[in-house]
Design a protein around this ligand. Sequence first.
Ligand SMILES: Cc1cc2nc3c(=O)[nH]c(=O)nc-3n(C[C@H](O)[C@H](O)[C@H](O)COP(=O)(O)O)c2cc1C
Length: 181
Amino acid sequence: MSKTLIALGVTGGIAAYKSAQLCSDLVKAGFEVQVIMTENAVRFVTPLTFRTLSRNPVITSLWELPQWQPEHVALAQSAELFITAPATVNFIAKYANGIADDALSTFAATFNGKAAIAPAMNPNMWRHWTCQENIAKLASHGVRIIGPAAGRVACGDDGIGRMSEVAEILSVIKEMLEADE
Ligand SMILES: Cc1cc2nc3c(=O)[nH]c(=O)nc-3n(C[C@H](O)[C@H](O)[C@H](O)COP(=O)(O)O)c2cc1C
């Protein structure tokens, strides 16, 4: 029996290192994982880390075409669920508004299945009206918003903005996959 394919988006925030653990836990839980990183995510964690943990080549560009079909189209047809963790304020804005200017946002604009994001950012970014409007828009279209949690963020500020714990993200993914359409 073939494994359930999860598309894991990784964007450019400090919490990207936690996404490596999520990737590893998803593989251990028996999922096939295809990682898509933004160019800025690569500044925080290397594609090599995700390639090794996922046992799959990592997508970082729209323009490397391993097969005849563009990767975002092929993946959108085969992935069961799309999770972006961490999701930056920038990615959230692009996702909510259909902006498709890199591999991850183009995939997001192509995929119509079960989707979730785990936002992670400074509390001032999280409570900004632009972010809150984009979050509300995504939620209204069925994108599951996981967290963010309250606490101390990497820059030292306290407030809501920490990425949810990896165990919580994993359990939401499993719950979403088990739920009926
Ligand atoms: C050290 C550092 C940490 C950052 N952490 C975050 C973060 O946690 N959340 C966020 O939304 N943006 C964060 N940013 C800003 C993003 O990297 C920036 O908005 C970038 O354009 C996001 O690109 P992407 O969404 O394509 O990955 C950080 C920037 C720097 C320099």
